[in-house]
Design a protein. Structure first.
Length: 383
């Protein structure tokens, strides 16, 4: 290693050793790599740096830029303040796996006259050739991570296309040793799942199915850490059973997509959206034993869409398309939640404002009131 670039002005400031491994599995098992990173502190002392600081609080965090790294932020702050003479890392990928973070660090080091030192050599970001080499190292590190992710995703999809179950199986099923799905051998679990679809076929409403289960004190099965536990019936849980094509013996991948919000205090927050059936990536019918037939699943989806809109999900503002005057404006006077619009009658001519806040938690609803009474009073007061 050529140490000519290390000047006294660098040695008078601290040397920072940045230690990071991408996952907790690496932290626990890749001890050789971890030890080599900590040994850089001794190398810094041998090169004449009297003060050495080790930053290792980002252990188990990826450098791809998807997660916040408090240790890397601390490193940037120290460099920006001019306290760092050199940044030590085993290789460029330890510092950052994305060009945004990498070039930010290189730019700060150039301004603060801070060196970057790894197992290949000593780099001064103020020098054109060194800056070029550092840029190439960052680009190659980012490309390597992208290549690894691409290969992993392709291998994952190849397995999924063969019908291999790579995600958690829904309640009522168990995963076999060859990553297939079979009905849970527990007869109580099977009867509980059958009971949900039988009740919906008889009552025709997810809400009525929930009310029936509450009245009869029928709990629902769910999986937690590989074990079946029994929970109180909730509206969202009933819909999860009714909307899942797995219960029709159909294996589906790509039923949801994630959307990233931008702007506001939830910027960057991802939420799951249900795709239309024709947009599902992989669909394999008769993949495993089903609790219902596919034709019955399609009929259930049509009924749910008629009652709750396009996705078969209750929507607090979906009534804006109907005749209710205060749809999307009414809030419950007890709990403050947005009230849903429910229509009944042969031609859906009767509207009701319902608060589902308590119902979704398995308790009796707060308020239910006919829309004509509230709308009539509101219209008279406004006009």
């Amino acid at each position: 290693m050529n140490t000519d670039k290390i000047q006294r002005s660098h040695q008078e400031r601290m040397a920072v050793v940045y230690v990071r491994q991408s996952s907790m599995h690496q932290v626990r098992h890749n001890l050789e790599s971890q030890g080599r990173q900590y040994e850089l502190a001794e190398l810094a002392r041998q090169l004449g740096f009297a003060s050495v600081t080790v930053i290792d609080e980002d252990q188990g965090r990826s450098g791809g830029g998807a997660v916040e790294r408090s240790g890397f932020s601390r490193l940037l702050d120290l460099v920006f303040q001019g306290q760092v003479g050199a940044v030590f890392a085993l290789e460029a990928s330890r510092l950052a796996r994305n060009n945004r973070d990498w070039h930010h660090l290189v730019d700060l080091c150039a301004v603060a006259e801070t060196l970057v030192i790894d197992h290949d050599g000593v780099y001064d970001p103020r020098l054109l050739n060194d800056r070029l080499l550092l840029g190439l190292k960052g680009t190659m590190s980012e490309f390597e991570l992208g290549l690894l992710r691409q290969r992993a995703k392709e291998a994952f999809l190849r397995k999924v296309k063969r019908g291999v179950v790579m995600t958690r199986v829904p309640s009522g099923y168990v995963r076999t040793e060859d990553d297939r799905m079979e009905m849970n051998p527990d007869r109580r679990v099977q009867q509980a799942v059958y009971g949900i679809f039988e009740a919906f076929g008889r009552l025709g409403s997810a809400r009525q199915v929930m009310v029936y289960h509450q009245k009869e004190q029928l709990d629902l099965p769910t999986e937690h850490l590989g074990e079946t536990i029994w929970v109180k019936p909730a509206y969202s849980r009933i819909l999860a059973f009714l909307n899942n094509p797995a219960y029709a013996g159909t294996f589906v991948y790509g039923r949801h997509r994630r959307e990233r919000r931008s702007g506001g205090h939830q910027s960057g927050y991802r939420r799951r959206q249900v795709r239309d059936p024709e947009q599902w990536q992989i669909v394999i019918h008769d993949h495993h034993p089903g609790y219902i037939k596919w034709e019955e699943f399609e009929r259930i989806q049509r009924q749910l869409r008629q009652k709750h809109g396009d996705r078969g999900q209750p929507q607090g503002r979906s009534g804006e398309r109907g005749a209710a005057l205060l749809s999307g404006l009414m809030r419950c006077g007890r709990c403050g939640r947005m009230m849903y619009i429910r229509y009944s009658g042969l031609h859906h001519q009767f509207a009701y404002y319902d608060c589902m806040g308590a119902v979704q938690q398995g308790r009796r609803g707060c308020i239910s009131v006919a829309a004509k009474n509230v709308d009539g009073r509101s219209a008279r007061r406004c006009f």
